[in-house]
Design a binder for this molecule. Structure first.
Ligand code: ADP
Length: 408
């Protein structure tokens, strides 16, 4: 059974086609600069790689091209639409309604549209992808998998901001948390590696990529997460500031006469590692510069590590006891020096890093702590598409077996 996973960003489309028998990726690709001149599609499948430069005006046009390539008579990996069991869509904001992945119907579309207000940068392209695929493959069931859903178990004490309650009631303004599929994927994988059921494990999962977030998981369920109402809060990120005193933002707005949009741009796109270093949002670039004596690059990395360490401390207190800490995404998976900097000095809290293992996590199934470390630290490669595909399969099968259900 083949599942197509679609992740539509504001100007990009990522996709993967998975064979669910063995979760093998049959084809994958990325279409960049959708809506701009000279969009670029990079496609990979068993028969080789393919690059196409073409003006793609919309997500619908982009997905039409993707479907054509997947079904190409010579190089395609599916015969026709009936060969695709279902399509799974990443949707960033599912609000308080979606606590699980959902089969897409008109009502679900209406709710995703309603949540555009909460995620104006993300939900509109997600929805554009859904609408396009419904038109392109009308017979194929579509499933929405929400970034926020894994975090629905967070209690009021952890999700409320201490501002007048009327704003929560009026706008559902609260912490939602994001990267849920990644946190869930690595939590499930950690349970496999540790050979214990997830429902018994207390974990801290650290997704450190361009966007960064940390999640505290008690007995398999999320109790807190660092991103908030939007993906701006929490850890220092590539270009996002993470936690900041709201009054500092008001101060700057007044002094610099910044509009709401300019403030939003500055905090989301010009801050974080990029803002601090004045050089780059890429940890690889900053690590190299720091080695060559660039003190601002070194400081930016230190601020990043310090914030992450502080959150680990907070989440250890929230959980009371932790079995493992998991590092994932671009920085978490690849930067041994960042992992080492974050975990520095934490042995009194039960975390003893094994530096040799930290250099080569793959040699001990990703475990990078010493044998006797009370809390294990694991490096696990995230693969959100696998989880989206698993959920999609399950949701469609469940719907088909429900009374009156059928494929479609
Ligand atoms: P996204 O959140 O966009 O999916 P990724 O998870 O791919 O991003 O993370 C991208 C970031 O990972 C890069 O900006 C870079 O900072 C970091 N990164 C990737 N490879 C390495 C590496 N070998 N060493 C250090 N950092 C890396």
């Amino acid at each position: 059974m083949k599942i197509l996973v679609i992740n539509c960003g504001s100007s990009s489309i990522k996709y993967e086609l998975l064979e669910m028998e063995d979760e093998k990726v049959l084809a994958e690709g990325l279409l960049e600069k959708v809506g701009e001149k000279a969009s670029l599609l990079s496609h990979h499948c068993q028969s080789g790689a393919l690059k196409i430069n073409r003006d793609i005006a919309s997500h619908e046009d982009g997905l039409e091209l993707v479907v054509q390539i997947l079904m190409d008579k010579e190089k395609g990996v599916v015969k026709d639409a009936s060969d695709i069991f279902a399509v799974g869509h990443r949707v960033v904001q599912g609000g308080e309604k979606f606590i699980d992945s959902s089969l897409i119907d008109d009502e679900v579309i209406q709710a995703i549209r309603q949540y555009q207000e909460l995620a104006p940068l993300h939900n509109p392209p997600n929805l554009a992808g859904i609408m396009a695929m419904r038109r392109l493959l009308p017979e194929v069931p579509q499933v929405a998998v929400f970034d926020t859903a894994f975090h629905h178990t967070i209690s009021e004490a952890a999700f409320l901001y201490a501002i007048p309650m009327k704003y929560y009631r009026k706008y559902a303004l609260r912490r939602y948390g994001f990267h849920g599929t990644s946190h869930r994927y690595v939590a499930e994988k950690a349970a496999e590696v540790l050979r214990r059921p997830l429902s018994e494990l207390n974990l801290i999962t650290c997704h450190l990529g361009n966007g960064c977030s940390m999640t505290a998981i008690r007995q398999g369920k999320v109790v807190d997460t660092s991103m908030g109402f939007t993906p701006l809060e929490g850890l220092v990120m590539g270009t996002r500031c993470g936690d900041i005193d709201a009054a500092a933002v008001l101060f700057l707005a007044e002094k610099e006469k910044l509009s709401f949009q300019e403030i939003g741009n500055m905090l989301n796109k010009e801050s974080g590692l990029l803002g601090l270093s004045g050089l780059s949002n890429d940890v690889r670039v900053l690590e190299k510069a720091a080695r060559e004596g660039n003190s601002e690059a070194a400081l930016a990395l230190e601020v990043f590590a310090y914030r992450a360490r502080k959150y680990i401390g907070a989440y250890l207190a929230v959980l009371g006891r932790a079995d493992a800490i998991i590092f994932t995404a671009g920085i978490g998976e690849n930067s041994q020096s960042m992992r080492s900097a974050i975990l520095k000095g934490l042995s009194p809290l039960g975390i003893s890093l094994d530096e040799a293992r930290n250099q080569k996590p793959e040699e001990a199934q990703g475990i990078i702590t010493t044998e006797d470390s009370p809390i294990k630290v694991l490096v696990i490669k995230t693969h959100e598409e696998t989880l989206i595909a698993r959920d999609t399969l399950e949701v469609v099968k469940r719907a088909a077996s429900a009374p009156g259900g059928g494929r479609g």
